[in-house]
Write a protein that binds this ligand. Structure first.
Ligand SMILES: C[S@@+](CC[C@H](N)C(=O)[O-])C[C@H]1O[C@@H](n2cnc3c(N)ncnc32)[C@H](O)[C@@H]1O
Length: 213
């Protein structure tokens, strides 16, 4: 398993400064249109793989009721500190994505937000994860980097056997939108949108996918 805490520590402050938080708030505002399109201002959100809280904490600051979960205990400890410093209605929990259907009741959230996580799983595992998420929420708004000239340049991808390793040393799949549609073909996709990511996180292309039960 990846040591996410160490990876984060190598290229960002694990405990956010005010400047970091304002930067993440700006990043979240860049993508807010998609949440505002589908959700009420105080909707109950589950951030699956919340990391240090770069998305979850600004979303709570903006009025959403957020629960963030992550598998990495050290990441969770830092995310809790960040949430205490900058969050509003937010709860951070150490939960494995594979256990969400056991940990949370059926339809307990209005939406699952899921940014920068799915691309770290092999193709065959993604439908299983989506099925589990659809048990706890009827709506998923997921985003992930997609293959393009810009993304390939940003991530300096290298092949290691059948795995794609990026310049940050992480296993990450850069699939095209067509490949993603094939991976997600069994689900009710109600919107897809390709965008250029916010400059604070790099210079790559990403895609938002909205999945409804
Ligand atoms: C790139 S980070 C996600 C960033 C975060 N979504 C954000 O908005 O800043 C990927 C995160 O997924 C978490 N993760 C990986 N596998 C997981 C699993 N099985 N269950 C829960 N979290 C997981 C990692 O610990 C890591 O913190």
């Amino acid at each position: 398993m990846e040591d996410w805490y160490e990876k984060f520590k190598q290229h960002m402050n694990v405990i956010f400064t005010k400047k970091d938080f304002l930067n993440y708030l700006d990043m979240v505002k860049h993508d807010l249109w998609i949440y505002e399109k589908y959700l009420k201002k105080d909707a109950k959100l589950l951030d699956c793989g919340c990391g240090l809280g770069c998305t979850a904490i600004p979303m709570s600051y903006l009025g959403y009721n957020v629960t963030g979960i992550d598998i990495d205990k050290k990441v969770i400890t830092a995310a809790k500190k960040n949430a205490k410093k900058f969050g509003k209605k937010i709860k951070i929990m150490n939960v494995d994505l594979y256990d969400i259907d056991k940990k949370f009741k059926l339809n307990s959230f209005d939406c699952i937000m899921h940014g920068g996580v799915l691309e770290h799983f092999p193709k065959r595992k993604i439908p299983t994860l989506i099925r589990k998420m659809l048990k706890v929420s009827h709506l998923i708004i997921a985003s992930f980097p997609i293959m393009s000239k810009r993304s390939a340049k940003h991530y300096h991808i290298k092949k290691q056997g059948d795995r794609t390793i990026c310049c940050d040393g992480l296993y990450r799949n850069l699939w095209t939108p067509k490949e993603w549609k094939e991976i997600l073909k069994d689900f009710n996709i109600i919107e897809t949108k390709k965008i250029k990511c916010h400059p604070s996180i790099g210079n790559f292309d990403e895609m938002f996918v909205v999945i409804k039960k």
